[in-house]
Ligand binder design. Structure first.
Ligand code: FRU
Length: 645
């Protein structure tokens, strides 16, 4: 049987064999959706870049076709886009039989120059003819790539955006015939991925209505960055804004939400009083972690913050504050950030009992969190920082503690992330979608380990095709994503519960014996006044993948530490976390495949895409809550049928 190997995705596109990276040239034409992609026809690692090709009639089922644009003698064929030239502005076809025109980067073998080249197809994308041997646009750079072209009706011209990767800029050019291009403007640097060595790649610019209101449209710049991401390696951010045919003007990025209050402890400064330290030395080193010999570590994890660390080389250590009186409704703290596995807990102790507790994992960025201590005002309390880590350099911190007037959630420091997982990259949208929907597809991997993922005889999968929209939120307008509706055609056996306490849903799921590696799960649960709520997937032996929401810390986390094979890169064994405001209701849609998980939370406003490589028998699932018995409004588990049969 085809496509039955271990870890072969059953709902996601993969080439039958060999290496794949970025999706390229997505376009609808003549009843077919085309997916071209960076492909190595000769091997299972990156190389011999060519455009592979697949077509679909519904954006769910795909058929692989022969390589569309092979590596040429002079250039490798890097990423790019395809448009339907309906008015035959290029002259390569006719208006009744419009040409498909591809603009892509040619990476010149002789000197590494990267320029934008053109090819056209008159036979529904099957064969392509290069337009001359020279590029249509050459800015004399080795780092200028990934042209995305679209028609801008208000100014009657084609717009090309491409990345000036190392300059952290997106370049804008205009044309009336796709062959001659004129400089318009530059955008950037802005947001994440602007540090030395970071790369900007694969930009796209689209227009979307806000909340479906076509009278209120915004432009959205979609951008891949390699470096400067949440978890390392590749990731995607976006910017909302306006575009006048020449220049993209971004909306202000979200402000960093600082708590207001009285600084109680600042472990870089001096406002900490005299804390007591107990600790166990790691290896032969001295037990550090006293405030006197605290150390300073600069700007890792892209936060740009300078962290002191408590614990140092201490493998387990406790720091206890002097007693103090709780005077404000919140105790706010900056916690997390490091580069080796471990955990830091912050405990609030009243009358010798831990009354509030929060943990920060090493894998997290530094983030503000808060204890609600309204009910404890006037009490005498003390704080305890407990550090335990397995590596010699467990840079896990509680950095600052405040008595504060406001509870707040920090919103992702001046960056709008398109995805909070680690495996969504180089996504861009389909041109000429028949209903005008903006749908996109991304590469489900990360340059940090892409070449080592142990699948055979193919390597890398595409994400699901997702429909994009813009939604207003209290924080501003945000991008939302959901799988295209046609995925629903793959739903088979279904188990459904509604308006039941979670404990009964949990038991119902056990009674129904629901298992599976390919599932489509919908959950809506009341999170007011409960502890954490979570789902476990791909369970078997020691393996599980845990998706959990903690309404108190307002964190949605996806834990793939025990998901399965992670031997090829430490990055597989980690937890990805995002802040999700507790609105009293958690809404999740989760699509699981044999080697991936895609999570769409709060109607797609928060997305995680992660690969995971569980063992063949690991197909259990579970729903749980840590305390209380929250009301499950809706819970559906649908088995998904393979797209390959
Ligand atoms: C992004 C990328 C692009 C480039 C292509 C090469 O993943 O580096 O910038 O065009 O891959 O395969």
């Amino acid at each position: 049987a085809r496509y039955k190997e271990q870890w072969r995705p059953q709902l996601h596109y993969t080439p039958a064999r060999n290496w794949m990276n970025d999706p390229n040239g997505m376009v609808y034409h003549d009843g077919e959706y085309h997916l071209f992609y960076q492909y190595n026809p000769f091997g299972i690692k990156w190389g011999h870049m060519s455009w592979g090709h697949a077509v679909s009639r519904d954006l769910v089922h795909w058929e692989e076709l022969p390589v569309a644009i092979p590596e040429a003698e002079d250039i490798a064929i890097f990423s790019g886009s395809v448009v339907v030239d309906k008015n035959n502005t290029s002259g390569f076809g006719t208006t009744t039989s419009p040409p498909l025109v591809a603009l892509f980067t040619g990476a010149r073998h002789s000197d590494g120059n990267q320029s934008q080249y053109l090819a056209y197809s008159l036979d529904r994308g099957r064969t392509w003819t290069r337009y001359g041997t020279a590029p249509v646009l050459d800015i004399g750079s080795k780092e200028s790539r990934d042209p995305k072209v679209f028609w801008h009706a208000p100014t009657s011209k084609w717009i090309m955006v491409f990345a000036r990767a190392t300059d952290h800029k997106v370049a804008f050019y205009g044309s009336t015939n796709l062959k001659n291009w004129t400089y318009l403007s530059d955008f950037g640097p802005l947001g994440a991925g602007t540090g030395p060595g970071d790369l900007w790649e694969v930009p796209d610019l689209i227009q979307l209505p806000v909340d479906g209101n076509t009278a209120n449209q915004k432009w959205v710049m979609l951008l891949s960055i390699n470096g400067g991401t949440l978890w390392g390696g590749s990731g995607m951010q976006y910017y909302t804004g306006s575009f006048n045919g020449t220049t993209f003007t971004p909306d202000p990025l979200p402000a960093v939400n600082e708590p207001t209050g009285t600084l109680y402890a600042d472990f870089e400064g001096s406002t900490y009083g005299s804390w007591t330290v107990t600790g166990t030395a790691f290896g032969s080193g001295p037990a550090r972690g006293t405030l006197a010999n605290q150390q300073t570590v600069t700007g890792y994890r892209g936060t740009g913050l300078v962290n002191s660390y408590l614990g140092g080389d201490v493998s387990t250590g406790t720091l206890t504050s002097p007693d103090f009186v709780i005077t404000k409704p919140y105790i706010s703290f900056l916690i997390g950030g490091g580069d080796h596995p471990g955990e830091t807990a912050l405990n609030l102790i009243v009358d010798g009992k831990v009354v509030r507790s929060a943990t920060g994992r090493n894998e997290e960025q530094l983030r503000w969190s808060a204890f609600d201590v309204t009910a404890l005002q006037g009490k005498t309390a003390r704080l305890q920082v407990k550090d335990s880590h397995t590596g010699q350099w467990g840079h896990i911190n509680v950095d600052q503690i405040l008595q504060s007037d406001n509870a707040f959630t920090e919103q992702d420091n001046r960056v709008l992330w398109a995805d909070f997982g680690r495996d969504f990259y180089a996504a861009s949208t389909f041109d000429n979608h028949p209903t005008g929907d903006k749908v996109w597809i991304g590469w489900m991997s990360n340059w940090q380990y892409a070449n080592n993922v142990p699948t055979y005889p193919w390597r890398s999968a595409m994400s699901l095709v997702r429909k994009l929209s813009l939604k207003s939120t209290p924080e501003g307008v945000r991008l939302a994503q959901e799988p295209v509706a046609a995925l629903g055609t793959k739903r088979a056996a279904t188990v459904r519960f509604s308006n039941l306490p979670l404990s009964q849903v949990r038991q119902g799921l056990i009674n129904a014996g629901v298992r599976g590696k390919t599932l489509d799960v919908v959950l809506e649960v009341d999170t007011s006044g409960t502890g954490s709520v979570g789902l476990k997937f791909h369970q078997g032996g020691p393996e599980e993948t845990v998706l959990q929401y903690n309404p108190i810390t307002q964190k949605l986390s996806l834990d793939r530490i025990r998901s399965g094979d992670s031997s090829f890169d430490a990055g597989l064994s980690e937890v990805h976390v995002a802040t999700l405001r507790n609105t009293g209701t958690l809404k999740l849609r989760v699509v699981l495949d044999t080697s991936s998980i895609e999570v769409f939370a709060q109607d797609g406003k928060l997305v995680f895409t992660d690969i995971l490589l569980s063992s063949p028998g690991s197909d259990g699932m579970e729903i749980y809550s840590s305390s209380g018995d929250p009301l499950v409004k809706t819970f559906e588990v649908h088995e998904l049928k393979s797209i390959w049969n």
